[in-house]
Design a binder for this molecule. Sequence first.
Ligand SMILES: Nc1ncnc2c1ncn2[C@@H]1O[C@H](COP(=O)(O)OP(=O)(O)OP(=O)(O)O)[C@@H](O)[C@H]1O
Ligand SMILES: [Mg+2]
Length: 332
Amino acid sequence: MNIAKFKVQPRVVYLLSNQYRSSEQALKELVNNACDADAEHVHITIPMELFSTESIIIQDDGVGMSANQVINDYLNIAYNRRARKGELTPFKKRKVRGHKGIGKFAGLVAASQMEVQTTHNKITSTLVINKDDLYNYDNDLEELNIEVISRASDNPSGTKIILSGLNQTLNLPSIEKLRELLIFEFGRQPDFCIYINEEKVTFEDIQGTKKAFTKRLNETGNITVSLVISDQKKSLKNPGLIIRVGGRVIGEPTFFGLGHESLVPKKFLNRIYGEIEADGLIEAVNSGWDYIYENSKGYAELTSFMKRFLIEELKSKFKDETIELENEILHE
Ligand SMILES: Nc1ncnc2c1ncn2[C@@H]1O[C@H](COP(=O)(O)OP(=O)(O)OP(=O)(O)O)[C@@H](O)[C@H]1O
Ligand SMILES: [Mg+2]
């Protein structure tokens, strides 16, 4: 009998980093990590022009990592954090987003080098992961030496990721796209502010009519709705309401079917931007966390409530623009 062992080529790290649809999605992974680290602030720096030698930097003020945590947790590929440390973060009790143990490599999709500087309990540890080193190394990944240098420091706790040697064949991450993505994902995360090139990301920035309330529905349970109907005629990019269940955004923004009814002009719908928290729908979410079963009673109830609510809001907002919203939708 032969006993075999897996061999892992260092290139796997690059392959893992390469699974994101866009560099904006990849950067979102690093913000997820900051959120899981109980950070309150994340500062993202993105160079303004392509071919610049500047780096992309993601800096958080979370708990940081000790040298041991860098070695045992950070550099441990596919290590399941939730399984070992639970579903909630230690201080802010946020729902932990990370579970695959690979998100940290996301930055390597756009950069050839990733430097990590992390401070925990007045010790700063630094390591560098270089894509070329991974490519050119012929042995097993486990044999590759990565230097982790630790020194005493006065820095506050937190982690800074510096992505350098930006891939010149890719466009820089679009700041607009990234802001939007981050608003969708973290817009209502308490105690969590994100800044891109020093400008805070928030959907409160959108000028318009704002509504925020919590309501109890029979089947759905408590829902928390917050939305803005933009004052600008210009359509918002990716408009609609996102639904968050158990801390996660499920599927794409929706108009609860109003988009399909030609009775509500798209030009009005496209000015709505908001979010609903509906933890009561957890049983109705598929295992891939990307849609809610449409025939669930809770979702049907939420849909009919939101349709009515949105129509009333649009009617009052656009009463001067002769909006004809048929009663049929309201009384169906
Ligand atoms: N910014 C950070 N601050 C503190 N610890 C971090 C940070 N980024 C990563 N870590 C630690 O490194 C671990 C690995 O991160 P990584 O993103 O690869 O995996 P994950 O977050 O556990 O899962 P996923 O792949 O789903 O994101 C995390 O679980 C966390 O313990
Ligand atoms: Mg992660």
